[in-house]
Write a protein that binds this ligand. Structure first.
Ligand SMILES: [Zn+2]
Length: 227
C-alpha cells in the first residue's frame, strides 16, 4: 500500500478556486489555508472521537472476517457524516476517507486487500440523493491506498429506511436484496467492504455473505464510524 498523488495537495486550479471559495474545516467551518490537503483544522483533528481498535471479529456479523471502525459515531463526527449524506456535501467523503486511512495506518496489523467494494445503494435512492456516499468514501480510499475500487454488489430491491423498521423487519428487508452479478470479479480475492456507519451490522453482514457466496476468500469491512 503506497501513498499516491491524492496526498500531494490541491492543484493550482483548485488553489485559485479556493481564493474565491475558501476551503473550510468540515467539522467546525474554520477557513483553511489554500494549500490544505484535507478539509480539516488542527484542533478538530486532535479531538476526533477515535475508536482506537484494530480489525475485530464481530459475532453479530458472522460473514465478516474483521471489522475496522475508525471513529465513534458522535459529536463532530456524527455531524460531518450527516452533512455528507443529507445536506448534499459529498466532498466531505474525501476528508473522512483520509481520516479512516490515517487511523488504519496506526494499526500494527492490516490485511492485504485486492479490491475495495462500497456498500451499494438502490438506484432510486441514489438518484434522489445524487450520489452514494459509501462509493465516494471507497473511491477516495482506493486512491490513497492504491487499491482498485469496484461496485460489484447490486442492490436489487428497494428497502425501507433502516431507522423506520424494527430489527426483524430490517433482516427480512435485506434478505436477497444484495447480489454479485459477476462472481468472477470477486472469486478468490481479499475484499475490503466500505461503508460510512455501522449500526446493527445487518447491511454489512448481507453484503459480506453475498461476496462470500460469490467466492471471495476474505471479506473485511471498514467504516468511518461505529454507532
Ligand atoms: Zn475544525
Amino acid at each position: 500500500m503506497t501513498k499516491t498523488g491524492y496526498l500531494e495537495g490541491p492543484s493550482l486550479k483548485e488553489r485559485f478556486l479556493r481564493l474565491v471559495y475558501p476551503e473550510k474545516c468540515v467539522f467546525c467551518g474554520t477557513i483553511l489555508p489554500d494549500t490544505a490537503k484535507v478539509s480539516l483544522c488542527g484542533p478538530c483533528h486532535a479531538c476526533l472521537p477515535r475508536y482506537g481498535r484494530g480489525f475485530e471479529r464481530m459475532p453479530r456479523i458472522p460473514g465478516i472476517h474483521g471489522l475496522f471502525a475508525s471513529f465513534v459515531y458522535e459529536d463532530s463526527m456524527e455531524r460531518a457524516i450527516h452533512a455528507m449524506k443529507f445536506f448534499g456535501r459529498p466532498r466531505i467523503a474525501r476528508t473522512l476517507a483520509f481520516l479512516l486511512w490515517e487511523e488504519l495506518m496506526r494499526q500494527p496489523l492490516v490485511p492485504d486487500f485486492d479490491l475495495i467494494v462500497p456498500v451499494p445503494m438502490h438506484r432510486r435512492k441514489r438518484m434522489s440523493r445524487g450520489y452514494n456516499q459509501s462509493e465516494r468514501i471507497g473511491q477516495a480510499l482506493g486512491e490513497i491506498m492504491n487499491i482498485p475500487v469496484e461496485g460489484v454488489l447490486a442492490k436489487t430491491r428497494h428497502t425501507k429506511p433502516q431507522s423506520l423498521s424494527s430489527r426483524e423487519e430490517r433482516l427480512i428487508n435485506l434478505e436477497n436484496s444484495i447480489s454479485v452479478p459477476d462472481p468472477s470479479a470477486v472469486s478468490g480475492r481479499s475484499i475490503l467492504l466500505v461503508d460510512d456507519v455501522v449500526t446493527t451490522g445487518a447491511t454489512l453482514g448481507t453484503c459480506a455473505q453475498a461476496l462470500r457466496d460469490a467466492g471471495a476468500s476474505w471479506v473485511f469491512a471498514a467504516v468511518i464510524a461505529i454507532a
